[in-house]
Design a protein. Structure first.
Length: 388
C-alpha cells in the first residue's frame, strides 16, 4: 500500500504571487505582504510538506526567493492589471502543464478558469460585494466574476478569518467544508520598542507626547468620518487641546469628503493627514501612539489592529466583520457608526491609564496567536488534504 508520505513526495505546488511587490508604496502591504510571508516560510516546512516542490509566479524583478522556492517570472508587463489577468487565464495554464504541476494556489481571489490541476484560492474579503460602491465598475465586475468562478471550481478556499469564511459560504454559495479560515500572521517587527528609542524618533518626527492614531486607506468603507466626529466631540467635552488625531494611509475614493469634514469642524490644525507611511516606520508609529483607533465597517482580517496590539498600543475598534475575532476582549469594541460611543471610548482610553495599560498588555498577549508560522502550517495542511 502507498502511504500518504509517498504519495506527496515530489508533488509540485504552483503559487501565484503576481501581486507581490518590493516597491515602497501601499501596494507592498496587504496581499503583497501575505504572499511574501508565505513564500518566506514554506521551505522551512518541507519536513511537513513531505517533499513537495514549490514554484512561485512572481513578476517583480527585485524579488529574490528563499532557498527552496523555484521561481518562474512571467513577462514584466504582467505587473499591470489587464496583462496580468490575461496571462493568468491563458499562458499560466500552459506553464503549469509544461512543468507538470500537481496543485495551484492563487493568493489573490483567482485561479485559471481552465486549470487542469486542483486549485486553492485565498479570498481575503468580499468587500467588492459588500461595499461595491468603493470599487470602480470595471474592477468590481472583474472581481465578482473571477472570484465566483474560481470559488466554484476550487478544491479548497482559504479565508483570513471566520467572518470572511461565513461571507464566502453565504455570498458565493460554497459548501462550508471546502472553506478553511486561516488567520494572517504578524511580522515580529511589530513589538514594544524601548521608550528611549521611541522618544528619539518622536522628536525627529515632531510628534507630541500623546496622539490618537489611525492607519488605513482613506475611503468610505473605513468609516473615518465617525472617528473625526467623535474626536471633535471629545475635544469639545474634555477641553483637551494638545492631543491631535493623526490619519495615516493612502488617499482612496472619497478622500476629499474627509478634508471637507475636518474643515467644517474647524479641526484643520489638529487633524493631520500623513499620506502613505513606509512599512519600516510603522512599528515606531504604533509604539508612539497613545491609542490606535480603527472604526472600519468591514475587514477580512484587520491587520493594522493586530499590528498595533503587537506593539502594545491600546486599541479601540469597530465591533464589525472580523475585528471582534482579532481584538477579542483585549480592546474596546464599539458600534462603528455610533459617534457618541466612540467619543466615550476615546475619553476612557485617554483618561483611564490603568485601563489603557491593561488593554495594552492584553492586546500584546492576544497578538501572539497570530503568527506566520501558524498560517503556513495550516496552509500546508490544506495542500496535504487535497494531494494526499
Amino acid at each position: 500500500m502507498v502511504n500518504v508520505r509517498e504519495k506527496l513526495i515530489g508533488k509540485r505546488v504552483f503559487i501565484n504571487a503576481l501581486l507581490l511587490t518590493s516597491g515602497k508604496t501601499y501596494r507592498n502591504a496587504g496581499i503583497s505582504g501575505y504572499s511574501r510571508s508565505l513564500l518566506a516560510l514554506l521551505p522551512a516546512f518541507c519536513h511537513e510538506a513531505k517533499g513537495m516542490l514549490f514554484w512561485a509566479f512572481v513578476s517583480d524583478p527585485a524579488y529574490q526567493p528563499p532557498p527552496g522556492i523555484l521561481l518562474h517570472r512571467p513577462p514584466q508587463i504582467t505587473r499591470h492589471p489587464v496583462p496580468r489577468i490575461l496571462w493568468e487565464q491563458t499562458l499560466q495554464t500552459h506553464v503549469i502543464q509544461k512543468l507538470q504541476g500537481d496543485l495551484y494556489h492563487g493568493l489573490a481571489f483567482a485561479a485559471p478558469v481552465a486549470a487542469k490541476v486542483p486549485t486553492v484560492i485565498t479570498i481575503h474579503d468580499l468587500s467588492f460585494l459588500r461595499y461595491p460602491e468603493t470599487f470602480s465598475p470595471w474592477k468590481r465586475r472583474y472581481l465578482s466574476w473571477i472570484t465566483q468562478e474560481s470559488a466554484q471550481r476550487a478544491a479548497a478556499i482559504i479565508t483570513v478569518s471566520e467572518s470572511s469564511k461565513q461571507d464566502v459560504v453565504r455570498l458565493l454559495g460554497v459548501p462550508e467544508e471546502r472553506v478553511h479560515a486561516i488567520y494572517n500572521g504578524i511580522s515580529d517587527r511589530f513589538k514594544p520598542l524601548p521608550a528611549t528609542e521611541i522618544e528619539t524618533w518622536r522628536r525627529q518626527k515632531g510628534l507630541p507626547t500623546r496622539f490618537i492614531f489611525y492607519l488605513g486607506t482613506l475611503q468610505p468603507r473605513k468609516n473615518v468620518t465617525t472617528l473625526i466626529k467623535a474626536y471633535a466631540q471629545w475635544r469639545q467635552q474634555s477641553g483637551v487641546q494638545d492631543v491631535p488625531l493623526i490619519l495615516a494611509g493612502a488617499q482612496g475614493w472619497g478622500y476629499k469628503a474627509l478634508l471637507s469634514l475636518v474643515a467644517t469642524l474647524n479641526l484643520g490644525n489638529v487633524v493631520r493627514f500623513t499620506g502613505f507611511l513606509p512599512d519600516e516606520e510603522l512599528p515606531y508609529w504604533y509604539n508612539a501612539a497613545t491609542l490606535f483607533a480603527y472604526p472600519s465597517l468591514y475587514e477580512g482580517f484587520g491587520l493594522p489592529v493586530a499590528e498595533a496590539m503587537a506593539c502594545g498600543t491600546p486599541v479601540v475598534a469597530a465591533d464589525a466583520s472580523a475585528l471582534p475575532e482579532v481584538v477579542g476582549d483585549a480592546g474596546l469594541l464599539l458600534p462603528p457608526r455610533d459617534a457618541d460611543a466612540w467619543t466615550d471610548g476615546l475619553q476612557q482610553l485617554l483618561d483611564d491609564r490603568e485601563l489603557a495599560a491593561h488593554l495594552a498588555h492584553a492586546g500584546r498577549q492576544k497578538s501572539l496567536s497570530f503568527t506566520w508560522v501558524r498560517t503556513v502550517h495550516e496552509t500546508i495542511g490544506v495542500y496535504r488534504q487535497i494531494l494526499g
